[in-house]
Design a protein around this ligand. Structure first.
Ligand code: FA5
Length: 333
């Protein structure tokens, strides 16, 4: 009975039906399984004879099931292939790439400085000690070297810790007067947190001419920042220390969020620290082959990553290199 009805159904069912049928007959509680279990009540001789028959029957049934299964699977695959239509030219939603927010702001900053007569300069990320430190008035045992923890290569080169290395290259390759900006990637061997990365972007600026003073520095920074933030920006200078500038400053801007009244962004001080800068130290000019009696200059080193964070109110610098598409796609517009 099992035999004939099972075989009949086997020939007409689909894959799901086949699975059910298998369960019904050969599963743990299946009809045939139960029948086989009941053989235990027979005599030894009967058991041997009927048992071996029943086992052969079960194997045969299993084989039929497997054959029918592959037949059905082949048919399903063939059906799928004959109806499925693949169009390699069909446009896919969200298939467009777009600029990283960091690149976009870098180009914007470049444009604003180009409009003010600056030229673009580039420098390598793997640098010499002289270009990153020595020619910038850091002596070998200068404690200020510890301000910027450094990745060294086995060959004695380093990953530049700031774009100030391009100041040195500019002085070597250009004749004063000149003004350059040099945006690029820099590296520091430091713990990361929401506002510190070990890999981030800076933009260096340097202007060398006759009689350059702090007034020129303030004017250029104020012009740039007002254009960048598209509103009048108030700046102030506080003393800051870097071996390659004298005097050195930290430039702050009046908080753009609260207008100076105090808010969490400016830690209720009304001011936001934006970039260090200063007048180029005579030793640095001299190391660059420029006579400090005749020429003077200013320089600044802007944290580009933090500028992008301020513009877009990004709360954690680590998003930039995370490769997280949900973060990046916010900047596709
Ligand atoms: C410098 O790197 C100097 N070279 C800047 C300079 C240039 C001074 C020219 C004078 C004349 P500092 O280490 O403070 O300075 O870094 C400059 C800016 O880079 C900081 O204001 C900050 O915006 C950014 N910055 C520094 N460390 C990190 C970091 N770990 N992650 C992200 N941004 C950083």
């Amino acid at each position: 009975l099992i035999h004939s009805s099972a075989l009949q159904t086997l020939e007409t069912t689909d894959l799901a039906g086949l699975r059910d049928l298998h369960q019904e007959i050969l599963g743990k509680k299946g009809r045939l399984t139960e029948t086989l279990k009941s053989l235990k009540d027979l005599s030894v001789d009967e058991k041997r004879e009927i048992g071996s028959l029943a086992n052969r029957y079960r194997e045969e049934l299993e084989t039929r099931f497997r054959e029918r299964q592959s037949e059905l699977e082949r048919k399903a695959e063939a059906d799928r292939l004959s109806t499925e239509h693949f169009d390699a030219l069909r446009p896919v939603a969200r298939s467009h790439g777009h600029m990283h927010p960091m690149s976009r702001i870098q180009y914007e900053v470049e444009d604003l400085f180009l409009q003010m007569g600056f030229r673009l300069m580039d420098g390598p990320e793997v640098e010499t000690d002289e270009n990153n430190f020595g020619n910038l008035n850091f002596s070998d045992d200068h404690p200020a070297r510890d301000m910027q923890d450094t990745f060294w290569t086995e060959e004695g080169f380093l990953l530049r810790t700031h774009t100030s290395s391009v100041q040195v290259r500019a002085m070597q390759s250009l004749k004063p007067p000149f003004r350059i900006v040099a945006p690029g990637r820099v590296y520091r061997y430091e713990e990361t947190d929401a506002s510190h990365e070990n890999t981030f972007y800076q933009c260096e600026g340097m202007m060398v001419d006759r009689n350059i003073s702090t007034a020129h520095l303030i004017h250029v920074m104020k012009t740039f920042l007002s254009a960048f933030f598209e509103r009048e920006v108030t700046v102030r200078l506080r003393p800051g220390y870097f071996p390659f500038v004298e005097p050195g400053f930290e430039l702050d801007i009046r908080c753009l969020i609260c207008g100076g009244d105090g808010c969490p962004v400016c830690k209720h001080s009304g001011w936001v620290e934006l970039l260090p800068c200063g007048l180029v130290h005579p030793n640095v000019l001299r190391a660059g082959g420029i006579d400090p009696e005749e020429w003077s200059g200013f320089a600044f080193g802007m944290g580009l990553s933090r500028l992008v964070m301020m513009r877009h109110e990004i709360e954690d610098i680590r998003h930039f290199l995370s490769g997280n598409l949900r973060f990046l796609q916010q900047f596709s517009g």
